[in-house]
Design a protein around this ligand. Structure first.
Ligand SMILES: C[S@@+](CC[C@H](N)C(=O)[O-])C[C@H]1O[C@@H](n2cnc3c(N)ncnc32)[C@H](O)[C@@H]1O
Length: 273
Protein backbone atom coordinates (compact mmCIF):
# COMPACT_ATOMS: atom_id res chain seq x y z
CA UNK A 1 0.00 0.00 0.00
CA UNK A 2 1.46 3.43 -0.96
CA UNK A 3 1.48 6.47 1.38
CA UNK A 4 -1.56 8.13 -0.25
CA UNK A 5 -3.69 5.01 -0.09
CA UNK A 6 -2.64 4.51 3.52
CA UNK A 7 -3.63 8.03 4.60
CA UNK A 8 -6.90 7.70 2.62
CA UNK A 9 -7.68 4.52 4.51
CA UNK A 10 -6.87 6.13 7.82
CA UNK A 11 -8.93 9.21 6.97
CA UNK A 12 -11.92 6.96 6.32
CA UNK A 13 -11.60 5.77 9.91
CA UNK A 14 -12.45 9.17 11.32
CA UNK A 15 -16.03 8.25 12.20
CA UNK A 16 -15.56 4.61 13.13
CA UNK A 17 -16.82 3.67 16.57
CA UNK A 18 -14.53 2.51 19.37
CA UNK A 19 -14.92 -1.20 18.69
CA UNK A 20 -13.78 -0.82 15.09
CA UNK A 21 -10.75 1.21 16.15
CA UNK A 22 -9.85 -1.46 18.68
CA UNK A 23 -10.15 -4.06 15.96
CA UNK A 24 -7.71 -2.01 13.85
CA UNK A 25 -5.29 -1.73 16.78
CA UNK A 26 -5.11 -5.48 17.27
CA UNK A 27 -4.59 -6.15 13.57
CA UNK A 28 -0.88 -5.87 14.40
CA UNK A 29 0.30 -9.38 15.14
CA UNK A 30 2.11 -8.44 18.34
CA UNK A 31 -1.18 -7.23 19.87
CA UNK A 32 -3.50 -9.80 18.28
CA UNK A 33 -3.65 -12.05 21.33
CA UNK A 34 -3.96 -9.49 24.11
CA UNK A 35 -7.04 -9.56 26.34
CA UNK A 36 -9.67 -7.10 25.10
CA UNK A 37 -9.80 -5.49 28.53
CA UNK A 38 -6.17 -4.35 28.38
CA UNK A 39 -6.52 -2.96 24.86
CA UNK A 40 -9.66 -1.07 25.93
CA UNK A 41 -7.90 0.43 28.95
CA UNK A 42 -4.96 1.51 26.79
CA UNK A 43 -7.34 2.98 24.20
CA UNK A 44 -9.26 4.93 26.86
CA UNK A 45 -6.13 7.04 27.52
CA UNK A 46 -6.34 8.46 24.01
CA UNK A 47 -10.06 8.32 23.26
CA UNK A 48 -10.23 12.10 23.54
CA UNK A 49 -11.58 14.79 21.20
CA UNK A 50 -8.12 16.28 20.57
CA UNK A 51 -6.92 13.13 18.79
CA UNK A 52 -7.73 12.01 15.25
CA UNK A 53 -8.61 8.34 14.91
CA UNK A 54 -5.25 7.51 13.35
CA UNK A 55 -3.50 9.18 16.28
CA UNK A 56 -5.63 7.18 18.73
CA UNK A 57 -4.54 3.98 16.97
CA UNK A 58 -0.87 4.95 16.95
CA UNK A 59 -0.76 6.17 20.55
CA UNK A 60 -2.62 3.10 21.84
CA UNK A 61 -0.22 0.81 19.99
CA UNK A 62 2.78 2.74 21.37
CA UNK A 63 1.46 2.29 24.91
CA UNK A 64 0.66 -1.40 24.39
CA UNK A 65 4.17 -1.93 23.06
CA UNK A 66 5.66 -0.36 26.24
CA UNK A 67 3.47 -2.51 28.47
CA UNK A 68 3.62 -5.84 26.66
CA UNK A 69 5.93 -6.49 23.76
CA UNK A 70 9.06 -4.49 24.61
CA UNK A 71 10.42 -7.33 26.78
CA UNK A 72 9.89 -10.10 24.27
CA UNK A 73 12.20 -10.65 21.34
CA UNK A 74 10.15 -11.40 18.20
CA UNK A 75 12.39 -14.43 17.63
CA UNK A 76 11.21 -15.84 20.95
CA UNK A 77 7.71 -16.32 19.61
CA UNK A 78 8.92 -18.33 16.62
CA UNK A 79 11.21 -20.83 18.32
CA UNK A 80 9.82 -23.86 20.10
CA UNK A 81 12.42 -26.46 20.83
CA UNK A 82 15.29 -24.53 22.38
CA UNK A 83 16.73 -25.03 25.86
CA UNK A 84 15.27 -23.32 28.92
CA UNK A 85 18.46 -21.27 29.21
CA UNK A 86 18.15 -20.05 25.62
CA UNK A 87 14.54 -18.98 26.15
CA UNK A 88 15.06 -17.35 29.55
CA UNK A 89 17.95 -15.38 28.06
CA UNK A 90 15.81 -14.17 25.14
CA UNK A 91 13.31 -12.34 27.41
CA UNK A 92 14.62 -9.10 28.92
CA UNK A 93 13.22 -9.83 32.41
CA UNK A 94 14.45 -13.38 32.81
CA UNK A 95 17.74 -12.74 31.00
CA UNK A 96 19.15 -10.61 33.80
CA UNK A 97 17.71 -12.93 36.45
CA UNK A 98 19.13 -16.08 34.89
CA UNK A 99 22.36 -16.42 36.85
CA UNK A 100 20.60 -15.65 40.15
CA UNK A 101 17.61 -18.02 39.96
CA UNK A 102 19.14 -20.53 42.42
CA UNK A 103 19.81 -17.86 44.99
CA UNK A 104 16.45 -16.13 44.56
CA UNK A 105 14.28 -19.26 44.72
CA UNK A 106 16.32 -20.61 47.65
CA UNK A 107 15.63 -17.39 49.56
CA UNK A 108 11.95 -17.20 48.62
CA UNK A 109 11.07 -20.86 49.21
CA UNK A 110 13.34 -21.60 52.18
CA UNK A 111 10.48 -21.95 54.70
CA UNK A 112 8.34 -24.19 52.51
CA UNK A 113 8.44 -27.97 52.82
CA UNK A 114 6.27 -30.33 50.80
CA UNK A 115 4.11 -29.21 47.92
CA UNK A 116 4.02 -25.48 47.04
CA UNK A 117 1.53 -23.83 44.74
CA UNK A 118 3.04 -20.87 42.92
CA UNK A 119 0.82 -18.43 41.09
CA UNK A 120 2.97 -16.24 38.87
CA UNK A 121 1.06 -13.10 37.88
CA UNK A 122 2.32 -11.48 34.65
CA UNK A 123 4.53 -14.52 34.17
CA UNK A 124 6.22 -13.62 30.87
CA UNK A 125 8.33 -16.74 30.21
CA UNK A 126 9.19 -17.34 33.86
CA UNK A 127 7.60 -20.82 33.68
CA UNK A 128 10.75 -21.90 31.84
CA UNK A 129 12.61 -21.50 35.16
CA UNK A 130 10.76 -24.55 36.58
CA UNK A 131 13.95 -26.64 36.61
CA UNK A 132 15.39 -24.36 39.29
CA UNK A 133 12.63 -25.58 41.65
CA UNK A 134 13.66 -29.17 40.93
CA UNK A 135 17.29 -28.33 41.65
CA UNK A 136 16.25 -27.12 45.10
CA UNK A 137 14.13 -30.24 45.63
CA UNK A 138 10.98 -28.15 45.88
CA UNK A 139 7.76 -29.76 44.70
CA UNK A 140 6.00 -27.00 42.85
CA UNK A 141 2.65 -26.73 41.11
CA UNK A 142 3.18 -23.73 38.87
CA UNK A 143 0.40 -21.56 37.49
CA UNK A 144 1.39 -18.65 35.26
CA UNK A 145 -1.08 -15.90 34.40
CA UNK A 146 -0.10 -13.92 31.32
CA UNK A 147 -1.79 -11.46 28.95
CA UNK A 148 0.26 -12.28 25.85
CA UNK A 149 -1.44 -15.31 24.34
CA UNK A 150 1.71 -16.29 22.45
CA UNK A 151 3.67 -16.64 25.71
CA UNK A 152 0.85 -18.67 27.29
CA UNK A 153 0.89 -21.16 24.40
CA UNK A 154 4.67 -21.24 24.51
CA UNK A 155 4.78 -22.13 28.23
CA UNK A 156 2.01 -24.73 27.94
CA UNK A 157 3.84 -26.40 25.04
CA UNK A 158 6.95 -26.62 27.24
CA UNK A 159 5.10 -27.93 30.33
CA UNK A 160 3.43 -30.65 28.28
CA UNK A 161 6.62 -31.68 26.52
CA UNK A 162 8.57 -31.89 29.78
CA UNK A 163 5.65 -33.38 31.76
CA UNK A 164 5.92 -30.52 34.25
CA UNK A 165 3.24 -29.78 36.85
CA UNK A 166 2.64 -26.41 35.32
CA UNK A 167 0.00 -24.51 33.46
CA UNK A 168 -0.26 -21.06 31.94
CA UNK A 169 -3.56 -19.26 31.58
CA UNK A 170 -4.41 -16.42 29.27
CA UNK A 171 -5.98 -13.77 31.45
CA UNK A 172 -5.70 -10.08 32.20
CA UNK A 173 -4.67 -9.01 35.69
CA UNK A 174 -7.32 -6.31 35.30
CA UNK A 175 -10.00 -9.00 35.43
CA UNK A 176 -9.87 -8.93 39.19
CA UNK A 177 -12.82 -11.20 40.00
CA UNK A 178 -11.53 -13.90 37.60
CA UNK A 179 -8.04 -13.61 39.08
CA UNK A 180 -9.38 -13.97 42.62
CA UNK A 181 -11.46 -17.01 41.77
CA UNK A 182 -8.50 -18.60 39.95
CA UNK A 183 -6.32 -18.12 43.05
CA UNK A 184 -9.05 -19.47 45.36
CA UNK A 185 -9.23 -22.67 43.27
CA UNK A 186 -5.55 -23.50 43.90
CA UNK A 187 -4.52 -25.70 46.79
CA UNK A 188 -2.68 -24.46 49.90
CA UNK A 189 0.03 -23.38 50.57
CA UNK A 190 -0.08 -20.70 47.86
CA UNK A 191 2.55 -18.14 46.95
CA UNK A 192 2.08 -15.30 44.51
CA UNK A 193 4.99 -14.10 42.38
CA UNK A 194 4.56 -10.67 40.82
CA UNK A 195 7.94 -10.04 39.29
CA UNK A 196 8.56 -6.79 37.44
CA UNK A 197 4.91 -6.47 36.50
CA UNK A 198 3.50 -3.74 38.75
CA UNK A 199 5.08 -1.01 36.59
CA UNK A 200 3.27 -2.40 33.54
CA UNK A 201 -0.07 -2.31 35.36
CA UNK A 202 0.54 1.25 36.54
CA UNK A 203 1.16 2.35 32.95
CA UNK A 204 -2.39 1.34 32.11
CA UNK A 205 -4.15 2.28 35.34
CA UNK A 206 -2.58 4.35 38.11
CA UNK A 207 -2.80 2.77 41.58
CA UNK A 208 -4.15 -0.51 40.20
CA UNK A 209 -1.21 -2.32 41.88
CA UNK A 210 -2.66 -1.39 45.27
CA UNK A 211 -6.11 -2.65 44.32
CA UNK A 212 -4.63 -5.93 43.06
CA UNK A 213 -2.45 -6.49 46.14
CA UNK A 214 -5.32 -5.68 48.48
CA UNK A 215 -7.49 -8.25 46.72
CA UNK A 216 -5.05 -11.14 46.36
CA UNK A 217 -2.77 -10.96 49.42
CA UNK A 218 -5.42 -12.24 51.89
CA UNK A 219 -5.94 -15.30 49.66
CA UNK A 220 -2.38 -16.65 49.92
CA UNK A 221 0.36 -17.45 52.40
CA UNK A 222 2.93 -15.13 50.89
CA UNK A 223 3.38 -12.62 48.08
CA UNK A 224 6.75 -11.83 46.48
CA UNK A 225 6.91 -8.78 44.25
CA UNK A 226 9.95 -7.44 42.47
CA UNK A 227 11.12 -4.33 40.67
CA UNK A 228 13.99 -3.80 38.31
CA UNK A 229 16.51 -1.49 39.98
CA UNK A 230 18.05 -0.62 36.62
CA UNK A 231 16.37 0.11 33.33
CA UNK A 232 15.97 -3.16 31.41
CA UNK A 233 16.94 -1.34 28.24
CA UNK A 234 19.62 1.27 29.15
CA UNK A 235 20.85 -0.51 32.36
CA UNK A 236 20.97 2.88 34.17
CA UNK A 237 19.99 2.73 37.84
CA UNK A 238 16.48 4.09 38.42
CA UNK A 239 16.32 7.29 40.42
CA UNK A 240 12.72 6.63 41.50
CA UNK A 241 12.53 4.74 44.77
CA UNK A 242 8.92 3.56 44.47
CA UNK A 243 8.13 4.70 48.00
CA UNK A 244 4.42 4.89 47.13
CA UNK A 245 4.12 1.12 46.84
CA UNK A 246 6.64 0.30 49.57
CA UNK A 247 4.77 2.50 52.05
CA UNK A 248 1.48 0.95 50.97
CA UNK A 249 2.85 -2.56 51.57
CA UNK A 250 4.36 -1.62 54.94
CA UNK A 251 1.11 -0.10 56.18
CA UNK A 252 -1.20 -2.85 54.93
CA UNK A 253 0.76 -6.09 55.23
CA UNK A 254 3.52 -7.79 57.24
CA UNK A 255 6.84 -7.48 55.43
CA UNK A 256 8.78 -10.75 55.69
CA UNK A 257 11.82 -9.91 53.59
CA UNK A 258 13.27 -7.15 51.42
CA UNK A 259 16.43 -7.81 49.41
CA UNK A 260 18.21 -7.02 46.16
CA UNK A 261 19.77 -9.68 43.96
CA UNK A 262 21.15 -8.86 40.53
CA UNK A 263 19.30 -5.84 39.25
CA UNK A 264 16.09 -6.73 41.02
CA UNK A 265 14.65 -5.77 44.40
CA UNK A 266 12.30 -8.28 46.01
CA UNK A 267 9.75 -7.50 48.71
CA UNK A 268 8.09 -10.44 50.40
CA UNK A 269 4.99 -9.99 52.54
CA UNK A 270 1.82 -11.59 53.82
CA UNK A 271 -1.53 -10.49 55.18
CA UNK A 272 -1.36 -8.95 58.64
CA UNK A 273 -2.00 -11.57 61.29
C1 LIG B 1 8.42 -7.05 32.60
S1 LIG B 1 7.55 -8.49 32.17
C2 LIG B 1 7.95 -9.54 33.55
C3 LIG B 1 7.74 -11.01 33.26
C4 LIG B 1 7.99 -11.94 34.45
N1 LIG B 1 7.15 -11.63 35.58
C5 LIG B 1 9.44 -11.91 34.86
O1 LIG B 1 9.82 -11.07 35.70
O2 LIG B 1 10.22 -12.67 34.33
C6 LIG B 1 5.85 -8.08 32.50
C7 LIG B 1 4.91 -9.16 32.07
O3 LIG B 1 3.62 -8.87 32.56
C8 LIG B 1 2.66 -9.13 31.54
N2 LIG B 1 1.52 -8.27 31.80
C9 LIG B 1 1.49 -6.92 31.78
N3 LIG B 1 0.25 -6.46 32.04
C10 LIG B 1 -0.52 -7.57 32.23
C11 LIG B 1 -1.90 -7.77 32.52
N4 LIG B 1 -2.71 -6.74 32.64
N5 LIG B 1 -2.35 -9.02 32.65
C12 LIG B 1 -1.52 -10.09 32.53
N6 LIG B 1 -0.20 -9.96 32.25
C13 LIG B 1 0.30 -8.72 32.09
C14 LIG B 1 3.40 -8.76 30.26
O4 LIG B 1 2.82 -9.35 29.12
C15 LIG B 1 4.80 -9.28 30.55
O5 LIG B 1 4.93 -10.63 30.18
Amino acid sequence: MNKRQKSKNLASLSKTPTKELIEKIILKKEFSQLPEKDVEIAFSHFDKPQYLDEEKIKLTRDLLRKVFSVFTSKKLLKIKDKSEEFILKKHLSTKERYEFYDEIYKKLLYDFQGKINIIDLGAGVNGFSYDFFNKLNKKVNYLGVEAMGQLVEFMNYYFKKKKIKGEAVHMSLFELEEIKSLIKKQEHPKIIFLFKTLDSLEMLERNYSKKLLEAVTPLVKMVAISFATRSLVSKKRFVVKRNWILNFIKSNFDVLDDFEIGNERYIVFCKTI
